[in-house]
Design a protein around this ligand. Sequence first.
Ligand code: DON
Length: 323
Amino acid sequence: MNTEVLNGRLEPHGDGELISKVLETVVEQVRPCTSRGSVATYIPELGKQDKGLLGIAMASVQGDVWVAGDWDSPFTMQSISKVVSLGLALTEMGEERVFSRVGVDPTADPFNSIMRLEMVAPHRPQNPLINAGAIVTLSLLPYPDSHSRFAAVRDLARRLTGAMDLDMDEAVYVSERDTSDRNRALAYFLRSVGALEGDIEDILDSYFRQCSLRVNAKDLAVMGVTLASGGVNPFSGERVLSSKVCRIMRALMATCGLYDGSGEFAVRVGVPAKSGVGGGIVASVPMRYGIGTFGPALDPKGNSLGGIMMLERISKELSLRVL
Ligand code: DON
């Protein structure tokens, strides 16, 4: 059995054998479908990824981990980091202050859309998981510069994943920083309508840095189960976030986590989740499991094609649906 134990438990409890088998099988079945997707190329460094990679990891609140396929291949969090910075902002600033500046409603638009920001007054990003909302959320954090802002996000990411050496992929960071006209346009537009304050380039720098945090599928599984357990990392035993903050994060993941693909994902999988253009998806099954998937072949909405297919099958096989 391909079982990795992070801390303590050596024998998976209960459905351990079944879970292991299901993970192996879905990777095998879904892998051929990755040829139908495309890696992200608008960040040139991401375009170098092998689109045939596919991996998965699952962690339980009891502290078991199961892995299959390319679970240990490294990739960058990209938009999955928006969940981390949201958790930090909610913890440090409180719900009221954050949501006075960023909404909590899903959009039917792509993750980097600028259109509705101009059309709807007040010009407030619709939610913290689209690019505009994540940039405003970061700007609210009480840190003087990109360096300290990013260090705080990285620290929370480390404690959520249990990967205490988690850090940036320098090449991906530089690649996005040097090509991100779209996010610059979004940020300067937000400033022009009074929705974003501060040093724009400095705020964007911390955004690009957090997007380039390098993880593997197992790290995401641990992050997912920490959110599922109400904020306690079952491997380190540390309370990382409050249960109230986790509840808000899971609600936003369920409604906005896959952008304009969120509704379809809720119907097909039925579990709170967040995707990133690096190919990752983190899923959180309340009080039970966290799941991390990796498959850099994306669908047209920028979500991992193989990741969604694997999660759909696993949700059905293991009765994980909560929505
Ligand atoms: O801002 C960007 O475009 C990327 N750093 C993150 C976008 C992303 O991951 C969208 N998710 N599927």
